[in-house]
Design a protein around this ligand. Structure first.
Ligand SMILES: Cc1cc2nc3c(=O)[nH]c(=O)nc-3n(C[C@H](O)[C@H](O)[C@H](O)COP(=O)(O)OP(=O)(O)OC[C@H]3O[C@@H](n4cnc5c(N)ncnc54)[C@H](O)[C@@H]3O)c2cc1C
Length: 476
């Protein structure tokens, strides 16, 4: 009798989601003692997706993400599994904190501020970030009755209602913009920061909710939360490289663009730019707009739901300066810029201050962000105008007049999913539709969280479900 073919799974997209899915499928197969051939199909000539780190001449420059939030444990857990926990370094202890641009100047984020509201009233009152009428209006949150309606609400509507317009324009919009690059009047609060909804429900006030949480956390919450963010010493690409090392050498095909999906003789057929690939299971880990194209013929209704998830584009610019060329003390991890300030950049990270080992001691590595949902036209600037905008802003805000010694411009077109009002209901419909196609899974940043830890969790869950369906285990 000829030996039976092992079962096979195809993974489309070789970003952190696709690589983690492949890794998890392999791990589950090894644990169960079953044979499973996993193949990752990646359109680009490299894997990693938006994750890319350039390590050279004593610099560690990130083109995409630079930090892992430890409140969501899935990335740190994966790093432990990959024997790279010791590689994770926390943000520097001193200096810490960050700044928000206010009326053309950098103002320190007051201690205890949580995205939109204070958990400590003293530092908030002393801050020059918002006006006295703005502060008093924000404190109105302690008195304003709870919302009675139940439907999804935008971040903008929530903050305006509870804390006032100034808190929205000068705190919540830039702080949240730094994470989601989103328009607060479209961003679903339930899909992004549900804990603020819970605070309103439970305590009748965001400020009271934050203060209670701070008291409950005890003394540890009083000081700055040192290790909220960590990063691999040599940048985030260390994680995707390590994932690749764990996979069999023939399990990744780069330069292979998936173009269409269909069922052929009971298996998944993925038509690609270089011919068809077949698998018993299929997990699609591309951005939702690409996934929609792939599913347009096989599942048009599902494809339409996926296509309705909007994406924003962003540019990052790494810049190197000699330390003496930067007059600002750089006493924090960087700054964010409210849209109301009408500047060309969204934010700037002081990369060599935030993490040790990112630049030689006599140099400064900065990283500016442009574009996002609030200023899409900045993403369209060519290299010359992008650099001119960034240099002008760093001149104004940090006093830098010298030319940078090195620059690295990175563009991320349609890379940041926008969780608009109604997002969770849409994801519910997508998940219900997928459940009707056994052996097909979706994972990635488009659904239930946009950060790397969320992608890793999404990949773990998709791999477990797919493995269960392939081998009939209880996860299915
Ligand atoms: C500038 C920037 C900064 C960020 N900062 C942080 C941060 O500090 N911390 C954090 O946690 N998160 C951050 N994020 C978010 C996080 O990096 C991403 O959500 C995550 O890396 C997405 O991974 P992914 O694998 O789902 O998608 P991607 O990285 O987009 O990978 C998808 C892959 O699919 C491939 N693909 C697409 N279509 C096809 C096709 N038809 N056939 C085959 N392959 C295809 C693409 O080429 C790509 O490689 C940041 C994102 C950006 C853009």
């Amino acid at each position: 009798m000829p030996p039976t073919e092992p079962k096979s799974a195809l993974v489309i997209g070789g970003g952190i989601t696709g690589l983690t899915t492949a890794y998890r499928l392999q791990t589950l197969a090894a644990e169960a003692g079953v044979a499973l051939k996993v193949t990752v199909l990646e359109a680009a000539d490299r894997v990693g997706g938006v994750i890319e780190t350039i390590v050279a001449d004593g610099f560690v420059m990130e083109r995409g993400p630079d930090s892992i939030i430890t409140e969501k444990p899935w990335a740190a857990e994966l790093c432990s599994e990959l024997a790279m926990a010791a590689d994770l370094v926390p943000t520097r202890r001193e200096p810490s904190g960050s700044f928000i641009v206010s009326r053309g100047r950098l103002c320190r984020v007051p201690d205890g501020l949580h995205l939109m509201a204070p958990s400590r009233l003293g530092p908030f009152a002393a801050s020059s970030l918002i006006s006295w009428p703005g502060k008093l209006r924000a404190l109105g949150d302690l008195l304003i009755p709870r919302r009675t309606g139940e439907g999804d609400e935008s971040l903008g509507s929530f903050v305006r209602r509870r804390l006032g317009t100034e808190a929205l324009e000068r705190l919540a919009q830039p702080m949240v913009g730094g994470i989601y690059t989103a328009d607060p009047d479209k961003l679903s609060l339930a899909a992004t920061m549900p804990r603020f909804i819970d605070m309103e429900k439970k305590y009748g006030s965001v400020i009271r909710g934050l203060m209670t949480a701070r008291r409950k956390a005890g003394t540890s919450a009083r000081g700055p939360r040192y290790d909220l963010f960590v990063a691999p010493r040599k940048g985030t690409e260390a994680i995707t490289r390590r994932l690749v090392e764990t996979l069999p050498p023939d399990s990744i095909e780069t330069g292979v663009r998936a173009e269409n999906i269909r069922i052929a003789r009971g298996r998944w057929e993925v038509e690609t730019s270089v011919g068809s690939r077949f698998g018993d299971g299929l997990c699609i880990c591309s951005p939702a707009h690409a996934t929609a194209t792939l599913l347009a013929q096989y599942a048009p209704g599902l494809a339409a739901e996926l296509d309705a998830i909007e994406y924003a584009s962003a540019t990052t610019v790494n810049l190197v300066y000699p330390r003496e060329a930067v007059p600002n003390a750089l006493a924090g991890f960087g700054f964010v810029v409210p849209a109301i300030e009408k500047r060309d950049i969204l934010a700037c990270t002081y990369s060599s201050v935030k993490y040790e080992g990112r630049a030689p001691a006599d140099k400064v590595l900065l990283r500016a962000f442009l574009g996002g949902a609030m200023s899409p036209e900045k993403f369209d600037l060519d290299d010359r105008d992008t650099l001119a905008s960034v240099k002008r802003e760093l001149g104004d805000l940090l006093g830098i007049t010298r030319e940078p010694e090195q620059t690295l411009i990175s563009r991320h077109p349609r890379a940041m999913p926008q969780y608009h009002v109604g997002h969770l209901a849409r994801v519910g419909r997508i998940e219900a539709a997928i459940a009707a196609h056994p052996g097909l899974e979706l994972a990635g940043n488009a659904y239930r969280g946009t950060g790397m830890p969320d992608c890793i969790r999404s990949a773990n869950q998709a791999a477990e479900r797919l493995f269960g369906q392939l081998f009939g285990t209880k996860e299915s």
